[in-house]
Ligand binder design. Structure first.
Ligand code: ADP
Ligand code: MG
Length: 252
């Protein structure tokens, strides 16, 4: 296997003056370039903690995390991070929100601005570029947040419960959109979710974590046949229910 992201024997502990909380214990997995991985596990088990280490935002106490052989702390510019809230700035237009990251990182080059325009056009937000976030639905806002992240050309995308603030139908739609966009842009994805259907429909592999401290309890390869899939449509595939039941049993 050609490893892109390597997570090797990670341990993470929170120290407070009064206590020590071990959040992640001996977690290892490898991700190939272009693969989509979901991490599922009970609430509070350590998923966000692990993801922040993969993002190079928090340092693990033990173990190594590398992207193409280099410590993730040294390649944060190759990693994009998306959260539950879209964090769009209400006083900036959609366009100004999309280029915000480029502006902060002083990367407002002609080439980067053209890529931002392309993304807005390709993913149906071009006509809203002069609108303000409050004019857009929750699903569209989340797509804007994704495009703002993609404008920085990350190779690895990390999504932490990115759809959980949306109502059910919107999240099915948006998770499908995000799947399609990330596949088309050839990104690698590691996402955290507590929603089993979301994990099954969007991933090539689901890693089930135990309750805290998180250890890898089970790894489930997901295959609906073929390359690109339609995450909303595979919900009616008989294999979907089998994967769901399998992961559900592991979690309960
Ligand atoms: P998840 O994302 O799986 O819900 P988290 O990674 O956020 O879980 O948290 C894992 C455990 O670590 C929880 O018990 C949480 O209370 C604890 N924790 C998270 N952040 C901190 C922190 N900054 N200080 C101390 N404990 C924390
Ligand atoms: Mg979390």
């Amino acid at each position: 296997m050609n490893t892109f992201l390597s997570v090797d024997n990670i341990q993470m502990i929170y120290q407070t003056p009064t206590e020590e909380t071990e959040a992640v214990r001996n977690v290892s997995f490898a991700v190939e370039k272009g693969q989509f991985i979901s991490l599922v596990g009970p609430s509070g088990c350590g998923k966000s903690t692990l993801l922040s280490a993969i993002a190079g935002l928090t340092k693990q106490q033990r173990g190594t995390i590398t992207l193409e052989g280099t410590d993730v702390m040294q390649c944060r510019d190759k990693i994009g991070y998306m959260f539950q809230t879209d964090n769009l700035l209400p006083w900036r237009s959609i366009y100004k929100n999309v280029v915000l990251g480029l502006e902060i990182q002083k990367k407002l080059t002609k080439e980067n601005l053209e890529y931002a325009d392309t993304l807005l056009q390709r993913y149906d937000l071009w006509q809203f570029r002069d609108s303000y976030p409050n004019r857009l639905s929750g699903g569209m806002r989340q797509r804007v947040a994704l495009i703002r992240t993609l404008a920085l050309k990350p190779e690895l995308l990390l999504l932490d419960e990115a759809f959980s603030a949306l109502d059910y139908q919107t999240r099915v739609k948006v998770s499908g959109d995000v799947y399609e966009i990330l596949r088309k842009e050839n990104k690698t994805l590691v996402m955290v979710t507590h929603d089993i259907p979301e994990a099954v429909t969007m991933s090539d592999r689901v890693i089930v974590l135990s309750k805290r401290p998180a250890v890898v309890q089970k790894t489930v390869d997901i295959d609906f046949g073929g390359g690109m899939r339609n995450p909303a449509a595979v919900r009616t595939d008989p294999r979907f229910q089998l994967y769901f039941n399998h992961i559900w049993k592991e979690l309960t």
